[in-house]
Design a protein. Structure first.
Lengths: 298, 348
């Protein structure tokens, strides 16, 4: 008989450490340390030209708060996030219902829909930059040919249209993600329940609002929060489309922090602005974890 | 009064399917009866029930409910109520909200809804559970909630799809008894689908035995058991099933409990030699395995002897017999019942 031996692979406590280590290293290096640095820089006079650390107390905060562009950015961030989240959930829900339905060529549609999510945000933003170009915009061309407009629209050149454009691009790129999350929710509802509701006399809308939506609510919440987080923290769409313009009318915290801290070299102020992203992200994380717990208890 | 449900030459083939799941079924319920659809899995019984409910659309034929053809009509206008195998209670709603749901869909006003729900809850003895959520209920309680939800609609017919199969064996007997008493009280025509012959025999006023999409036999439990229409029914019903012995072009059938030591068989009897090779002692019964000779081809059969009546049976050859009026005959090719054949019976 061969000697029975405990192998390394049998020691679960040891394995747990091995498997967890990469994640821990990753999170510490790319989340915890930068976060700590941001807090440290926020109270310093570090600039791109003079990286020596000197404590300056709340001076950076005072300067940032005195700047109306900061308040405009904060406001824009909240507006963009709120409106995008609303449309992401509504369109995502509609799309999810379409994706679970049975029809010919379903996989093609699923594939096409997911493309906008899988395309890197910088690339898709560049395409949008062209689509919304002040002179060569194909969108304008189509509208002109159809007779809706006479002259170019200047999508990114007028404050309100520029804001709408930024929101539209966010919605366009995040709806597929929301749809896939909600689709998982729809697929997890036992078919029995819908059939029972049909026999119980419920029509489409009653089934939607009394059965489907309550049962998938946790996942709807998760997709809403994902939409919010991705819009809230994103700077690529704004940076590529408008650089925050015209006259800071589309400036958001992420882009303003980047322009101030990296573009302008004032690391301290950039860090202060970026720190304002933290409270909402924390709240979103708490809400997501709660929603997930609700999924587990149903 | 029109019959609650009538099926006329009903056929159902699923998209992409190669055979008819339901293959030309004619069936009509009698007023207030308990009709059981019994068959092995895949025989089409659940498809048939779902077609009546309107969850499936027939490929051909007609579904008639309360005198009107309802083909193509959605489930909600059919006045049917269904209890699913899983009970399909809405997990996020309280018991009361579950029961009220069909009434809300009917747009009954709030007071009326509440009254009716409480009446149903009272009838099924679940008043105390009204505020609970389905996950806080036992299997038997869930069944009662599902029944309450079904009955508040005053349906023309109850459709029950294997409602007992999720319960453990002990609870199943109690729940079966409850189902039967419930139906007797409300008197609504019920179609009940099961693959369990004990449920079918115990609950059904009539049993429709189904196989491969067709109804093989329709009749009261006694008829289906004592006078099976073909070898499928003979083999499917009864535990252990009917013994079939080949004799020429005929199959000679007799139930295990009718194969007894010759001295215990009264009246005209068919004698045969029984070569016993194994005996199983079950509670109250003895299952005796062996080979019969002298009737037709040598065939392995089972005899079921009540241990009270018959003494010890040992391995070896024994004189056994079957009462002549208990023997059934089937055509070997078609499997259908045929006229009796002389077997050289002897008087008792």
């Amino acid at each position: 008989m061969t000697q029975a031996r405990v192998r390394l692979a049998d020691r679960e406590g040891f394995l747990a450490w091995i498997f967890l280590t990469p994640t821990v290293v990753y999170v510490v290096a790319l989340v915890a340390i930068p976060f700590g640095l941001a807090i440290a820089f926020a109270f310093s006079d570090v600039t791109a030209g003079d990286p020596s650390y000197d404590w300056v107390g709340l001076r950076n905060f005072e300067r940032v708060f005195d700047d109306p562009v900061f308040w405009r950015s904060l406001w824009n961030t909240l507006i963009f996030t709120g409106i995008s989240m609303f449309f992401i959930v509504v369109f995502g829900k509609v799309l999810a219902n379409i994706l679970v339905a049975d029809f010919r060529g379903k996989w093609v549609v699923r594939f096409l829909v997911l493309l906008s999510w899988t395309t890197p945000v910088a690339l898709s933003s560049v395409s949008w930059l062209w689509l919304l170009h002040s002179i060569y915009s194909p969108v304008d061309w189509v509208f002109r040919e159809l007779g809706f407009i006479e002259t170019n629209t200047y999508w990114l050149g007028r404050p309100n249209l520029a804001m709408a454009s930024v929101i539209a691009v966010h919605v366009w790129r995040l709806v597929p993600l929301a749809a896939v999350i909600m689709m998982v929710g729809l697929l997890s509802i036992p078919t029995d329940l819908n059939e029972a509701a049909k026999i119980d006399g419920a029509g489409y809308w009653r089934r939607m609002f009394e059965i489907t939506i309550p049962l998938t609510f946790p996942l709807i919440a998760v997709s809403a929060l994902f939409g919010a987080i991705f819009t809230f923290t994103d700077m690529a769409v704004v940076y590529i489309l408008t650089r925050g313009g015209p006259t800071n009318s589309t400036q958001v915290l992420a882009s303003w922090s980047f322009l101030r801290g990296i573009g302008g070299g004032d690391i301290g102020q950039g860090a202060v602005i970026a720190l304002f992203l933290f409270p909402l992200l924390l709240a979103a994380a708490v809400l997501i974890l709660r929603a997930v717990r609700r999924v587990e208890t149903i | 009064m029109p019959v609650a449900v009538e099926l006329r030459n009903l056929r159902k083939r699923y998209d992409g399917g190669h055979v008819d799941a339901v293959d030309g079924v004619d069936l009509a319920t009698e007023e207030g009866e308990y009709l059981v659809l019994l068959g092995p899995s895949g025989c089409g019984k659940t498809t048939l029930l779902r077609t009546v409910a309107g969850l499936e659309h027939p490929t051909a034929g007609e579904v008639v409910i309360d005198g009107a053809v309802v083909n193509g009509l959605p489930p909600r206008v059919r006045k049917v109520a269904m209890v699913f195998q899983s009970y399909a209670l809405y997990p996020h709603k309280s018991v009361l909200a579950n029961i009220v749901f069909p009434l809300k869909a009917e747009k009954l006003d709030r007071a009326e809804r509440e009254k009716k729900a409480r009446w149903a809850a009272d009838l099924l003895g679940i008043e105390e559970l009204l505020d609970r959520k389905p996950r806080q209920l036992s299997g038997g309680e869930r069944q009662r909630v599902a029944l309450a939800r079904a009955m508040v609609r005053d349906p023309q017919v109850f459709l029950l799809d294997e409602p007992l199969s999720n319960l453990d064996a002990k609870l199943r007997a109690i729940a079966r008894d409850e189902l039967k008493r419930f139906q007797e009280r409300v008197g609504t025509t019920t179609i009940y689908v099961t693959h369990d012959q004990a449920e079918a025999m115990g609950l059904g006023d009539r049993i429709a035995v189904m196989d491969r999409g067709q109804v093989r036999q329709l009749g009261p439990p006694v008829d289906v058991y004592d006078d099976p229409a073909d070898t499928f029914v003979a083999r499917f019903i009864g535990s252990p099933p009917m013994n079939l012995v080949k004799r020429g072009g005929t199959l000679v059938g007799f139930r295990p409990e009718h194969l007894m030591p010759a001295e215990h068989v009264q009246g005209e009897k068919v004698p045969l030699q029984f070569e016993v090779d194994r005996v199983e002692y079950l509670s109250g019964d003895r299952h005796v395995y062996g080979t019969v000779t002298g009737l037709g081809e040598d065939t392995r059969v089972i005899a079921r002897l009540p241990s009270m009546m018959v003494g010890e049976v040992t391995e070896g050859s024994h004189e056994f017999a079957v009462s002549a009026d208990r023997v059934r005959f089937f055509d070997e090719d078609s499997g259908l019942r045929t006229d009796p054949v002389r077997l050289g019976a002897t008087g008792g």
